[in-house]
Design a protein around this ligand. Sequence first.
Ligand SMILES: Cc1cc2nc3c(=O)[nH]c(=O)nc-3n(C[C@H](O)[C@H](O)[C@H](O)COP(=O)(O)OP(=O)(O)OC[C@H]3O[C@@H](n4cnc5c(N)ncnc54)[C@H](O)[C@@H]3O)c2cc1C
Length: 499
Amino acid sequence: MNDTASAEAVATRTEQFDVLIVGAGISGIGGAYHLTKQCPGTSFVALESQASFGGTWITHRYPGIRSDSDLHTFGYRFKPWRGPPIATAEQILGYMGEVIEENDLGHHIRYRHMIHSAEWSSETNLWTITASRTDTGETTRFTARFLWMCQGYYRHSEGYTPHWDGMETFKGRVVHPQIWPKDLDYRDKKVVVIGSGATAATLIPAIASDVAHITMLQRSPTYFRAARNANDLADMLRELKIDETWIHEIVRRKILHDQDAFTRRTFEEPEAVKRELIDAVRAYLGPDYDVDTHFTPSYRPWRQRLAFVPDGDLFASIRSGKASVVTDEIERFTETGLLLKSGKTLEADIIITATGFDLCVLGDIDFTIDGKPLVFSDTVTYRGMMFTGIPNMAWVFGYFRASWTLRADLVADFVCRLLNHMKQKGARRVSVALQHADKDMPLLPWIDTENFNPGYVLRGMHLLPRRVNKPEWQHSQDFWAEKDEFPAIDLDDEVFVYA
Ligand SMILES: Cc1cc2nc3c(=O)[nH]c(=O)nc-3n(C[C@H](O)[C@H](O)[C@H](O)COP(=O)(O)OP(=O)(O)OC[C@H]3O[C@@H](n4cnc5c(N)ncnc54)[C@H](O)[C@@H]3O)c2cc1C
């Protein structure tokens, strides 16, 4: 250490914790809850770069922002959800706020702490985490025995916007929904939304009645599922005055049962499912609408996330004439809008790029292991939670085809069990290692893109860990298998190496 660095180390107080949680989104808050319940006596801190909790649900502030999966399963296993299945960001933040309050988690969370580096030392069996305060610029330092990565999967500071020719010539405003400008006045304006995923499907009905016209421009169609934003079973159980805790459990089981059946059908009879989904859209839009061009995807349902349309609101906007869909490709931006590959033009005052996220797998934190920079893509994933060569660390990445939080809860149970096991054994370090017989198996990309292939994963595959063709060395997207497999993991199995 040189003189300046040692002076800085003295000046910067180092706080010590058993566990350090990165992020105070739904996964980080869930982790904090589970630690207090399942590992009492464990000291921990959650560091969050933003000014409050919520993660995704405070980052995204575009009009209409809401969940696209139901809150009975997106909500935590341990806290009943009492509202309608699809919830606004505000409702989700309210729910998370209650979890923090009811369980006295607030004093464990440090806001405005942006973590820059995490250094593992096998000598001390500790992580040293360096963060800077986003308000004062002060450097803060922590050591932790265990690092729980709840950083989400995308860069919060910016969205993904592809470059198109002529963008700089456009005289109107280009806006990414992730960074929604507070002053954006869209009233009576011509608006084009590029993209047709969940964000477009949310935003369009939220502003359609205020704009002059809004066009959803897509290169290719997306599958949508439209249904009433209500859960009949929950409503019935409420009418019968059943306890909310029971309602939560029963409704979750029913939803998960139905989702399992639906997911299976998308593999077993994709054509039938495709027809059903498209017919449902046709029923909303009427027989004269060109559903074949605009709402008939070429891929198998569920290869990309299915966008849910509560109460068919997107389709109501289209029927009202305020919104329309164009399926075409952008040739280039012009001063007044877009020139499309077909030769058509779209006039616009505002162009909204609902083009997705920038994958960010480790929260933009520089990791080193015993002084060597970590290359995450050189590691092999152990069930999408731990990685070869990274000791005392767990990572939360939720489901694509089921609610994220289902996995956050399962991973939390695993982490707590692992921490308790280490305590019992007197172990200071745990890592996962491929068995000798598995070492020569080919390393495959993180996920099979035949199975699931959203754009941000395809763009970021080179950043992600590898898998081996064995169940424990894969990141499965199967809640229905993992809900039984995770609790049954033998922590004394040879894959776990303790020291
Ligand atoms: C608009 C939108 C809607 C979605 N809807 C659904 C849905 O309905 N259902 C579903 O299952 N999934 C949905 N998702 C996926 C969603 O991101 C997850 O479900 C979930 O909210 C992720 O929670 P998280 O806590 O793991 O991560 P995040 O919500 O991403 O939170 C991570 C937190 O970590 C913080 N952080 C990251 N890096 C650092 C660092 N270096 N230092 C300090 N803090 C850091 C971030 O500031 C952030 O607050 C949606 C995603 C988006 C973008």
